[in-house]
Design a protein around this ligand. Sequence first.
Ligand code: NAD
Length: 343
Amino acid sequence: MAQQISKLVVVTGAGGFIGGNLVSALRARGQKNIRAIDGKPLRDWYQHFDDVENLSLDLNLKDNCETAAKGALEIYNLAANMGGMGFIEHNKALCMLSVLINTHMLQAALKYGVERFFYSSSACVYNAEKQKTFEAPSLKEEDAYPAMAEDGYGWEKLFSERMCRHFREDYGLRTRVARFHNVYGPWGTWYGGREKAPAAICRKVIEAKVKGKHEIEVWGSGVQTRSFMYIDDCLKGIDLIMNSDILEPINLGSSEAVTINQLVDLAEEFAGVKLKRNYDLSAPKGVNGRNSDNTLIQQCLHWEPDTPLRFGLEKTYRWIYDQYLARERGDARVVREASTSSS
Ligand code: NAD
């Protein structure tokens, strides 16, 4: 147990949403020896902790990946250039360049004898043909093939999944791969262009409420369906999958499908407002319907992400509300002080 706790665990993308929350969760579980890495300067990380080795490194570069992996027993590779539909539809080359991160991290993991390697894939690997209806098709793991992934971002994820598989098969590196479906929660991106639907909608509703302008813009027709997984479920799933014998990519997502309109309904309810909705049909909106089929994760882990959207979204809404007001006041300290605790 003592050895377990003192092993070096590496988290890449630690300055971002899931990576930052993962470092926080590992600390809470008693993990003492953590190396956190992100390409952004430390001041821009969403969360960082004084009792963690924090490195600001560009992991597109092989040498930096070796610095990251040296001495590690486990690596959680969460670094990637990503964002909501508005970002990935307009930055396909940049998204595909994340292939460098996973390639170099896998090579470095092999070089330094890393025991387990976690890769964060995405529901964007699924074949677009299977996501044409609005009735939220539940996507099973096998639905990624024949391949017709989300252009750019999804193809990179699918390729990197396969690279994990072949490093496992050919070189014996224990790789584990989860396909995340829309993760949301506190400490996520909520403005600036990379935010995803739950955060974007919370922010728009908050802005309408604060400014007293009772209308919002909704991307698409509002009837697209999705499922959204609360960050706590994501963290639990990462832990279970990393420590399992699940060799193939597996869905890690909620199976509670909702329309974008229902997402807006919830945010309006938390805000206590009713807004006029202006639907922008020319905005990036992604596939019509998508849901996570959780048969396999249930079979393997006897568990699936189960935080009700209403519960998770309300927490997220309250967090974004505080961030919004702090930002309006120009009070960046509020975020920073909360994020550098070493307790
Ligand atoms: P995020 O953008 O908040 O975090 C990703 C981090 O990676 C960022 O802080 C970024 O600076 C860092 N990064 C990018 N390029 C880098 C580089 N060259 N070197 C070092 N760091 C670099 O995103 P997130 O939501 O926390 O996502 C984490 C992982 O989960 C990503 O791989 C993402 O593709 C995957 N994922 C996320 C979701 C979701 O809904 N959030 C869904 C599916 C998959």
